[in-house]
Design a binder for this molecule. Structure first.
Ligand code: NDP
Length: 328
């Protein structure tokens, strides 16, 4: 393929990071086993960090962010992938220090690729994207603890965000009663199945107490910081909460008492390096029994040209649900 294609590009100039849509050639892509025509990508919080110069995410610019991509294989040097295969790539190094999904073509190692499962379209796979995959990993970790719907309410923090909204929808579909913690309008979360919506301030304890009233049978936290600490202190005896994010802060103001007096568990979730051998089963669940009826309602579909605006919105905590980037 010799024709130019469209890509979002971030350049560093005088300490500032400038975003624009540029033309690229296939030869500009990094070496790799499989070249993919990207149909959809999606916006995650980490993409916004990469697009605005966070060197913890992306070390070198010019760079094309985008930790997610779904599309069709164009060519492959790996025997497992053939032209026409419909595939998903999320995580690993895509969009971090490898040219990412915010462009019409990507080239990646074969070992980063998952086949699009039956029951999911390319668009739906990117409505999920890394956020949905992380929500699914969080649900999976919680279910492994044995918590049942009858045990009580499951709290989800950052509930209107990408990970949070999909976690609310999956848990509700599985019959759990969900308490959503959000500073946004309750209607959206109720439409995803939340039975209760609490303002963030109510899960941001400032009392200094080491334990709080045991309210929740489990939790999916997407924000970290004092909000996660409040959840840990509010768990029932033996309950667990997952942790995947840090928009509320990295430090965790906690004591050991919830762990040693109530046997609660804090379960870490990482979607980036999650083994490829285990990804298929998670995507299969996301395509079938866990797939929320409201999945398409979660998506706001935009072209590449509108992405810069959404990047600033997600950094300001203003995005609701998932932003899908249409590339084909
Ligand atoms: P979003 O920006 O879509 O959602 C985050 C939500 O958190 C916001 O919508 C808002 O929801 C809430 N929020 C925003 N600012 C604050 C704040 N200061 N304190 C508390 N809550 C806040 O992000 P994602 O859902 O895509 O990601 C959530 C987190 O998970 C990020 O930190 C991200 O980096 C991390 N992540 C980690 C992964 C992993 O593999 N470990 C993978 C994917 C994401 P509301 O208004 O409803 O409260």
């Amino acid at each position: 393929m010799t024709e130019p294609f469209k890509a979002l590009q971030v350049i560093e100039a005088d300490g500032k990071f400038v975003i624009s849509v540029v033309d690229k050639l296939i030869d500009n892509l990094p070496p790799g086993d499989v070249t993919i025509k990207v149909h959809y990508s999606s916006l995650n919080y980490k993409d916004a960090l990469s697009a605005t110069g966070n060197k913890g995410v992306t070390r070198q610019y010019p760079h094309t962010p985008g930790i997610d991509a779904a599309g069709e294989v164009i060519s492959s040097t790996d025997e497992n992938w053939k032209p026409g295969d419909q595939v998903i790539v999320t995580g690993f190094d895509l969009g971090m220090n490898t040219s990412g999904g915010f462009q019409e073509y990507i080239r990646v190692p074969a070992k980063w690729i998952v086949r699009l499962p039956q029951g999911l379209s390319l668009l739906e796979s990117m409505i999920y994207g890394t956020a949905g995959f992380t929500a699914a990993l969080s649900v999976q970790a919680l279910l492994k603890t044995g918590v049942q719907p009858a045990d009580g309410k499951i709290v989800v923090t950052g509930a209107s965000g990408g990970v949070g909204s999909i976690a609310v929808a999956i848990l509700s579909k599985l019959g759990y009663k969900v308490t959503a913690v959000s500073n946004k309008q309750a209607e959206f979360l109720q439409s995803l199945g939340a039975v209760e919506v609490l303002p963030r301030a109510q899960m941001d304890d400032a009392s200094g107490k080491v334990l709080l009233k045991p309210e929740f049978a489990g939790g999916i936290d997407t924000v970290g910081g004092n909000v996660l600490a409040t959840v840990v202190k509010s768990l029932q005896y033996g309950a667990a909460v997952t942790a995947c994010g840090m928009v509320n802060g990295g430090p965790l103001p906690l004591t050991v008492f919830p762990f040693i007096l109530k046997g609660v568990q804090l379960l870490g979730i990482d979607s980036v390096a999650y083994p490829i051998s285990k990804r298929k089963a998670v995507w299969e669940a996301m395509a079938t029994t866990w797939k929320p009826a409201q999945l398409t309602q979660l998506a706001n579909e935009i072209p590449l040209e509108k992405l810069e605006e959404s990047i600033h919105q997600i950094l300001a905590g203003k995005v609701q649900g998932r932003t899908v980037v249409r590339l084909a």
